[in-house]
Design a protein around this ligand. Structure first.
Ligand code: PPS
Ligand code: ADP
Length: 597
């Protein structure tokens, strides 16, 4: 049985070349990889092997539609289908079809939006065929934008037709020029070709409108902010601080693609091998590019150790019309290792984690970063300022007017708030929702009493459904509902529904904020919230608002450690600590009678 030909989806440049080869537009070049020709096809090694065995490869479009069979070796193209989709497909004619329809016209290659002066000169040149040279990697307008602008120019000329030609850039000006001359000559046949005269005049309004839409000012463009650096360098911390500022300013929506978070969802199951890291970064790049395509802001903070993959992300984003802004968080390895927030460097040094970036796996320093920040010996705010300044200088994002830490007036002069009779909803969170958070929920309910306009519930970051409360912690409660308590995991709906989330440890808070950064004003550790409560006379909802405005990183010293399976003494200590904190927090939250004056 003959070996089936493998399928391969070529790069955008190769797809354009394929279309021109199949159309006969590159003649005398008729196949890929002819000696000295820039029209090449690079197959991955595994595809080469299969293609050589089968004698050919089947090239497919990004959706898997077979376009052509290409002999291997030989590079000879046998078309299988014409490309059928894409904007203005009807205008992509082969040289033969174009000559059938438009022979006798003067051919004008067009690579940019035509200006008033250029159109005035062309208006006197008789019947024209405007050849819009659109192709991957060519500067300026997108393919669709250039065709729209050329059609608008044709409307302003006495007699002009438009044909689109997917002439991609091969990364070398001379090569591109020579290839362009050849392609245009094939379309023109015996007809004359004239160049567009040089001019610096403005475009006519109908064309300028298309250009403006295509090339928005940086501030109106989608933006991908990409933090790269070693583990512990400060990528997530800076990215989060920046997102807080964006959310506070309120002018843009923002999506976080943090390294750790992506690996829990989009890239679950991937390892830290070079190949898997590349896959991980390309996935992040793909999502970020889509966000930027729609004008959004994506903040990515993976290690992204390889230059080539970072370049691919840049290309994906720019192809989608977004701007790519690279921040190198250049904190030296020694400092990252000294911080060793997650204890990973120590493990890597002991050889317990293979391929650890900086220790046993490389980190390629970027040479194309828009800004480089070393966070050692600096505050987070100072490091963030460097990023914000570079963003503002580039015209991408100006957060200088964001109400950073809007200094609220002291409690005594805060205006009387509009009364709000809805019950205040408080959610307590710990890991499994069987020890600390149920204790908080049930004890808080007792402290508040039956008449308080407040509800308490609880959930776990890694909670199973329907487990009973831990017996050791339950024994320390005299609440009657402790027997009927059942655990549940935190969900987005639960978080949306409540006014305040109080967690046992800072890691729980971080877990929630990684996935729901916009909830940053209502998620605190219990210890952190107790500190804020002690600082102010505000009560009820005002206290929650005040805490949201004055929040900072949660101090790990205020965490309530997990007593699970650590014996009765640990359970007793945990219950004592929770009681002390709840005695501060619950009366203040439940008390709406003492509104500030
Ligand atoms: N072998 C190895 N090397 C590097 N990092 C490791 C490794 N194993 C686990 N971790 C943890 O995973 C986080 C990095 O994941 P990323 O997805 O950002 O890495 S990569 O971009 O795909 O290289 C990284 O998180 P950050 O500290 O936030 O960077 C580490 O906590
Ligand atoms: N100037 C600073 N900027 C950012 N992080 C800092 C700074 N100074 C100290 N740090 C600390 O360094 C650690 C960086 O961790 P993280 O942001 O998770 O890094 P990464 O995401 O790169 O692994 C945090 O504990 C943070 O508090």
């Amino acid at each position: 049985m003959p070996t089936p030909a493998p399928q391969y989806c070529p790069t955008p440049r190769e797809l354009d070349d394929l279309e021109l080869l199949a159309a006969g537009a590159l003649a005398p070049v008729v196949a890929f990889d002819e000696p000295g020709s820039p029209v090449t096809l690079t197959l991955p090694p595994d595809v080469v092997a299969a293609a050589e065995a089968a004698g050919s490869v089947e090239l497919v479009d990004p959706e898997g539609l077979p376009l052509a069979r290409v002999s291997v070796p030989g590079g000879v193209v046998t078309p299988l289908t014409d490309a059928q989709y894409g904007p203005f497909r009807r205008l992509y004619l082969t040289p033969a079809r174009s000559r059938e329809q438009y022979a006798g016209r003067t051919v004008v290659p067009v690579v940019d939006a035509l200006t008033e002066d250029e159109i005035a000169v062309l208006a006197g040149a008789g019947p024209l065929l405007l050849l819009a040279l659109v192709g991957h990697g060519t500067p300026g307008l997108s393919a669709t934008g250039l065709i729209r602008a050329t059609l608008a120019a044709a409307d302003l000329l006495p007699d002009a037709a438009v044909v689109a030609v997917p002439l991609a850039s091969h990364g070398n000006g001379d090569v591109d020029h020579a290839l362009g001359l050849q392609v245009v000559a094939n379309y023109a046949g015996p007809d004359p070709v004239i160049g567009v005269p040089d001019s610096t005049s403005p475009c006519p309004p109908s064309i300028q409108a298309i250009v403006d839409q295509e090339l928005p000012e940086p501030a109106d463009q989608g933006l991908v902010l990409f933090f790269t650096g070693l583990s512990g360098s400060g990528k997530s911390t800076l990215a989060r601080a920046l997102m807080d500022r964006v959310l506070e300013q309120g002018a843009r929506s923002v999506t976080s693609l943090d390294g750790d978070v992506v690996r829990r969802h989009l890239s679950a199951g991937l390892t830290f091998s070079k190949q898997d890291r590349e896959t991980n970064i390309r996935r992040i790049g793909w999502v970020a590019a889509e966000i930027s395509r729609h004008g959004g802001l994506a903040v990515c903070s993976p290690i992204a150790p390889f230059d080539e993959t970072r370049q691919q992300v840049r290309e994906m984003v720019e192809d989608a019309g977004g701007a790519f802004f690279l921040v190198h968080v250049a904190t030296p390895l020694e400092e990252c290792e000294r911080r060793d927030r997650k204890g990973l460097y120590a493990k890597a040094r002991r050889g317990e984690i293979p391929e650890f970036t900086g220790i046993s796996s490389p980190y390629e320093e970027p040479e194309d970063a828009d800004v480089r920040v070393d966070t050692s010996g600096r505050t987070i705010e100072a490091a963030l300022d460097d990023v914000l300044e570079a963003l503002a200088d580039g015209g991408y994002l100006d957060l200088s007017d964001s109400p950073v830490v809007e200094q609220r007036a002291p409690a005594s002069v805060v205006q009387t708030p509009v009364p709000d009779d809805r019950p205040l909803k408080v959610l307590f969170v710990c890991t499994a929702n069987i020890c600390r958070s149920p204790y908080m929920e049930l004890h808080a309910r007792q402290l508040a009493g039956p008449d308080a306009n407040i509800t308490f519930s609880s959930a776990g970051t890694h909670g199973f459904r329907d487990s009973a409360m831990d017996s050791e912690m339950a024994a320390l409660l005299d609440a009657t509902d402790r027997e009927s308590f059942r655990s549940r995991p935190v969900t987005a709906a639960l978080l949306r529904d409540v006014d305040l989330v109080l967690t046992a440890e800072h890691t729980h808070r971080q877990f929630i904020l990684d996935d729901h950064p916009a909830a940053f004003r209502k998620v605190f550790t219990l210890g952190q919230f107790a500190e804020v409560t002690r600082d102010t006379d505000l009560r009820g909802r005002d206290l929650v608002t005040y805490a949201g405005e004055h929040r900072g990183p949660a101090d790990t010293a205020l965490d309530v450690p997990d007593p699970y399976r650590r014996g009765p003494e640990a359970a007793r200590a945990c219950a004592d600590q929770l009681q002390e904190l709840l005695r501060v927090v619950v009366p203040a939250l439940a008390d709406t009678s003492r509104l500030p004056t």
